[in-house]
Design a protein around this ligand. Structure first.
Ligand SMILES: Cc1cc2nc3c(=O)[nH]c(=O)nc-3n(C[C@H](O)[C@H](O)[C@H](O)COP(=O)(O)OP(=O)(O)OC[C@H]3O[C@@H](n4cnc5c(N)ncnc54)[C@H](O)[C@@H]3O)c2cc1C
Ligand SMILES: *[C@@H]1O[C@H](CO)[C@@H](O)[C@H](O)[C@H]1NC(C)=O
Ligand SMILES: *[C@@H]1O[C@H](CO)[C@@H](O)[C@H](O)[C@H]1NC(C)=O
Ligand SMILES: *[C@@H]1O[C@H](CO)[C@@H](O)[C@H](O)[C@H]1NC(C)=O
Ligand SMILES: *[C@@H]1O[C@H](CO)[C@@H](O)[C@H](O)[C@H]1NC(C)=O
Ligand SMILES: *[C@@H]1O[C@H](CO)[C@@H](O)[C@H](O)[C@H]1NC(C)=O
Ligand SMILES: *[C@@H]1O[C@H](CO)[C@@H](O)[C@H](O)[C@H]1NC(C)=O
Ligand SMILES: *[C@@H]1O[C@H](CO)[C@@H](O)[C@H](O)[C@H]1NC(C)=O
Ligand SMILES: *[C@@H]1O[C@H](CO)[C@@H](O)[C@H](O)[C@H]1NC(C)=O
Ligand SMILES: *[C@@H]1O[C@H](CO)[C@@H](O)[C@H](O)[C@H]1NC(C)=O
Ligand SMILES: *[C@@H]1O[C@H](CO)[C@@H](O)[C@H](O)[C@H]1NC(C)=O
Ligand SMILES: *[C@@H]1O[C@H](CO)[C@@H](O)[C@H](O)[C@H]1NC(C)=O
Ligand SMILES: *[C@@H]1O[C@H](CO)[C@@H](O)[C@H](O)[C@H]1NC(C)=O
Length: 502
């Protein structure tokens, strides 16, 4: 057993090493100096802070060769060329909120291009587009666009960076109305592995444009996105319905979730909704916001509550757009300027369920039994979020599976299983999360279920098909062509080998 694991490890190490020759960090730093780039190495005083990942489970895992701070695209070009010539891998880091610290690469000795100083957000009123640099954070994007009465669909956490979020999907509570963040990209500028700059859109380099909308980090370093925007609603209806279940009957849990699931198939696109399982399973909360008026919401929420039964707690409020975004973020402001986010210690997995294959009540009942009986350290907490992405006229579903690199279009839910610890992470914690996924897929054909690359899980086996389904082969062909030397290669990038748990 041990010997077998060792062989696998060696296979992986050599597979990644084969992508490039042996790197030289002294050649790299000399090249960075010669190109007058602003960079940091391990003796700089800010290094410990700047190499601390958001997910503290990865603290000390990946030590970069250097971190470059570009302010111009020409800096990115120079940095990529320096890395190529020195035989060093390159990875972009924008908001740094990857679940697996993937902005730092997946090995020691990567050149990290940190977009801290490229975070501009510019709205163009003549064509209603926003030009946004990758270091911009979602909260600041929402605030800036709102000044012009505009908005986009994107994730809930104000600190997530546009660079990663728009690279692999980008879901939020307005996504059923407006699509994923990738669906709002009209063009992008990127730097390829050979330092060439490319402006990509439906008309220019459409293959690359297709590939970066779901798998960007394999193809280039994006230096700027152009997004279409939408009129920001003046107000939305914020709502939350709480179901407390002190005794956690498996059947009651399964019935609540299957009723929500059935209702979701016919839910109109204006409703953004998730079901969150909190407090060790003792609270299920259905909530989000509705992008319409109160009379329409009342009708729709009645149909939901008829299906799911009367909640123990109810919250329905008229909120301005920004106030609603602050509430769903659980924050006090959307601005991130001058206030770094607090790192955490966590592990998450995801499942994406096809429209034609709903979760069974027996699977949900098995899941409820599992979490009721699981023993986890008292310092560990968890939640599971059942996000409604599909259903009826959801705009996410309006795009064909091969319309962007992100493939899961004819799907109902993305489910996120997330555990975090106030203490040191333990194997028990990891096993608990894995067990949740096994329990909920009980009696299900697991091969039909996908995973979401923005909830990146480096332990996922078969990630190629789970993240990219039928799009993987085309992605792999494009990757070989634009980055034959594997300058951007890292774990779970297109073309990377299957990887071992880290
Ligand atoms: C607290 C929290 C809440 C979240 N909420 C949501 C949510 O509501 N909806 C949702 O869909 N997701 C959500 N996510 C997941 C989030 O979308 C991803 O973690 C996202 O990739 C983070 O982007 P980043 O720029 O902050 O991360 P980084 O760590 O900077 O980057 C993530 C990946 O993208 C690559 N990348 C970054 N910038 C570029 C670039 N310029 N060019 C090419 N590749 C690049 C990196 O190399 C890395 O592989 C959440 C994550 C966290 C931590
Ligand atoms: C940087 O410039 C110096 C002086 O011109 C030169 O000796 C050195 O080789 C250059 N380094 C690289 C990596 O090109
Ligand atoms: C890191 O230290 C070097 C000196 O070794 C210095 O030239 C450089 O400016 C420092 N970088 C930063 C970002 O402080
Ligand atoms: C990177 O280097 C550190 C310190 O030497 C080491 O602890 C860590 O295991 C290394 N990471 C990888 C992925 O090899
Ligand atoms: C704004 O959009 C218009 C129309 O597409 C375009 O002509 C103009 O150049 C844009 N302005 C900027 C500053 O990009
Ligand atoms: C990349 O590095 C290789 C090896 O040094 C070199 O042959 C090639 O010209 C480099 N490409 C670019 C665009 O710098
Ligand atoms: C919950 O369990 C307690 C203790 O077993 C029991 O007294 C109580 O009646 C149960 N409540 C419900 C609603 O089933
Ligand atoms: C609510 O919006 C609908 C359109 O979705 C409209 O027909 C209706 O008149 C509105 N009701 C009120 C009270 O504004
Ligand atoms: C919601 O708030 C807006 C702005 O304050 C107001 O115009 C609207 O009438 C309110 N709607 C309801 C249903 O209270
Ligand atoms: C630490 O790094 C974060 C993220 O790059 C930054 O926002 C923060 O200002 C830094 N803090 C210090 C004290 O340098
Ligand atoms: C699942 O639903 C079927 C059909 O409605 C029902 O017969 C069965 O008892 C349910 N099972 C559970 C565990 O709720
Ligand atoms: C995308 O899928 C459609 C329908 O399945 C097919 O007709 C089309 O050729 C595909 N496009 C590409 C580029 O593969
Ligand atoms: C850089 O790579 C792109 C994509 O493969 C290719 O089209 C272009 O010709 C290359 N440029 C140079 C200077 O080699």
């Amino acid at each position: 057993m041990l010997a077998f694991a060792f062989v696998l490890l060696c296979t992986l190490a050599s597979a990644l090493a084969n992508q490039v020759f042996l790197g030289s960090s002294s050649t790299l730093t000399s090249c960075l100096v010669n190109n007058s780039l602003n960079f940091e190495v391990s003796h700089n005083s800010t290094w410990p802070n700047d190499t601390t990942p958001f997910n503290l489970r990865y603290l000390g895992h990946y030590t970069p060769a250097a971190i470059v701070y570009p302010t111009l695209t020409s800096h990115v070009v120079a940095a990529v060329k320096c890395a190529n010539e020195s035989g060093i891998h390159v990875s972009a880091l924008s908001g740094g909120h990857s679940y697996s610290a993937s902005g730092y690469g997946s090995q020691n000795g990567t050149l990290v291009i940190m977009f801290r100083d490229m975070a501009q957000i510019t709205y163009n009123s003549s064509d209603a587009t926003a030009t946004i640099q990758p270091g911009a954070r979602l909260g600041d994007v929402a605030l800036e666009l709102n000044k012009h009465g505009r908005a986009m669909a994107h994730g809930l956490c104000p600190y997530v960076g546009v660079g990663g979020h728009a690279g692999f999907g980008g879901w939020g509570l307005s996504s059923r109305s407006w699509g994923l963040l990738i669906d709002q990209v009209v063009a992008a500028d990127l730097v390829l592995a050979n330092g060439t700059e490319r402006h990509v859109s439906d008309l220019q380099y459409p293959d690359l444009f297709w590939a970066i909308r779901g798998a960007s980090s394999s193809f280039g370093i994006v230096t700027q996105y152009i997004f279409k925007t939408h009129q920001a609603p003046a107000t939305v209806i914020r709502y939350a319905y709480g179901y407390q279940n002190p005794n956690l009957s498996e059947d009651a849990f399964a019935k609540l979730l299957t009723s929500y699931q059935t209702w979701g198939y016919t839910a109109p696109k204006e409703i953004g909704i998730v079901a969150n399982v909190w407090n060790g399973g003792k609270l299920v909360e259905l909530g989000g916001y509705y992008m319409g008026n109160l009379s329409d919401f009342t009708r729709i929420s009645c149909s939901l509550l008829q299906a799911t039964g009367s909640p123990n707690t109810m919250y329905v409020e008229n909120r301005t757009w920004v106030a609603a975004l602050i509430e769903v973020a659980g924050a006090t402001t959307l601005s991130t300027i001058g206030k770094p986010d607090d790192p955490r210690t966590f592990f998450a997995k995801s499942l994406v369920t096809p429209t034609h294959s709903p979760l069974k009540n027996t699977s949900l009942a098995m899941f409820a039994r599992y979490f009721a009986q699981a023993s986890i350290p008292p310092t560990t907490s968890w939640f599971v979020q059942f996000e409604l992405w599909g259903g009826r006229d959801s705009v996410i579903m309006s795009i064909p599976a091969n319309g962007t690199a992100y493939p899961h279009r004819d799907h109902l839910w993305t489910i996120q299983f997330y555990a975090y610890s106030d203490a040191t992470w333990s194997e028990t914690d990891t096993n608990f999360v894995n067990g949740m996924v096994s329990a909920i897929t009980y009696n299900m054909d697991g091969t039909t279920l996908g995973a979401y690359a923005n909830y990146i899980d480096p332990t996922l086996t078969g990630w190629q098909s789970k993240y990219y389904a039928g799009n993987y082969a085309r992605l792999a062909a494009i990757q070989k062509e634009v980055d034959p030397r594997g300058v951007f290669m890292k774990a779970q990038n297109i073309g990377a080998p299957e990887i071992l748990p880290v």
